[in-house]
Design a protein around this ligand. Structure first.
Ligand code: ATP
Ligand code: MG
Length: 272
């Protein structure tokens, strides 16, 4: 409270995206992708982002991770301006990129080898085993990635992306390639993980139910170039289950999001 006002503004949110505008340079000329985008995510919150295909969602994740710099505007993490790639950001993608020549355990340990080179191997293994157990992969730690199902690989990949306790976990459609039931199991696992060790999360998704089930807030982006079109606060109970998605409150939120997506697309779309 006693902080200088200017600082206070950045400290209140873990992620602060302020007036971010970006265009890719292409042979056909500049392609505007983000247009004066503003997003704030308080520490510990789960922020789901939905928007039409190609509107700039993956671009947004690259900017938050510091893999790219915006033409205009600023990205702040933990009160620090992001200008280069960060070790304190964990990332997860649609295809879990696990190394086939390593066991599941050794895959999960990988970020610790990079971020905490002096950490004793048995401590690394204990940390990884704890997470593998939490996501239901105990007994599979000595297997190779190809010996696991797609859902199990994505579980292992989730463990790997949070093993080093990143400030932020950024996920770009991590459950998109899974069947509907496996996906719902993973949603529950995600919530269990966050209940056990809180972390701040940005999730890009095309699945509105996923955004409502996992999100504390859902941000709807407009079509390209993306602007913030709508921000929905998800006031479902913290101990929500899949059944919570069948309540009138959830139905109303899903309906609203669907309408917003239609507006974002400027037409009836194929998002589900
Ligand atoms: N490196 C690049 N160079 C030029 N154009 C790019 C580059 N990366 C992305 N684009 C273009 O920028 C726009 C936004 O891409 P982006 O991948 O951020 O969208 P998205 O919202 O993640 O799409 P999707 O929902 O299909 O994953 C697209 O039109 C894409 O073709
Ligand atoms: Mg994308």
């Amino acid at each position: 409270m006693s902080r200088v006002l200017g600082l206070c503004h950045h400290m209140s949110n873990l992620i602060e995206i302020k007036g971010v505008t970006h265009a890719y340079r292409t042979k056909a000329g500049p392609l505007p992708v983000l247009d004066n985008l503003n997003v704030s995510v308080p520490e510990g919150e789960f922020c789901a982002v939905v928007g039409p295909s190609g509107c700039g969602k993956s671009t947004l994740t690259r900017l938050v991770a510091g893999l790219m710099k915006p033409d205009q505007g600023e990205v702040w993490l933990h009160g620090e301006r992001v200008t280069s790639p960060r070790k304190t950001v964990g990332m997860a993608f649609q295809n879990p990129v696990l190394l086939e020549w390593r066991t599941i355990l050794d895959n999960v340990i990988l970020p610790l080898e990079i971020v905490a080179p002096r950490m004793p191997q048995r401590d690394r293994e204990a940390r990884a085993m704890h997470l593998l157990e939490m996501v239901g992969l105990k007994g599979f730690e000595r297997k190779r990635p190809s010996e696991l199902s797609g859902g199990m690989r994505q579980r292992a990949s989730l463990c790997r992306s949070i093993v080093h306790k990143p400030d932020v976990l950024i996920m770009d459609e991590p459950f998109g390639a899974l069947d509907a039931f496996t996906r719902e199991d993973l949603w529950q696992t995600m919530r269990d993980l966050r209940a056990a060790e809180p972390f701040t999360c940005v999730l890009i998704t095309h699945d509105l139910r996923e955004s409502v089930f996992l999100g504390d807030q859902v941000i709807v982006l407009s079509g390209r170039p993306a602007r913030t079109q709508h921000v929905l606060r998800v006031d479902l109970p913290a101990d929500r289950t899949i059944d919570s998605l069948y309540t009138p409150e959830a139905a109303e939120m899903l309906h609203l999001l669907r309408d917003q997506i239609r507006i974002a697309q400027g037409r009836d779309g194929d998002i589900h």
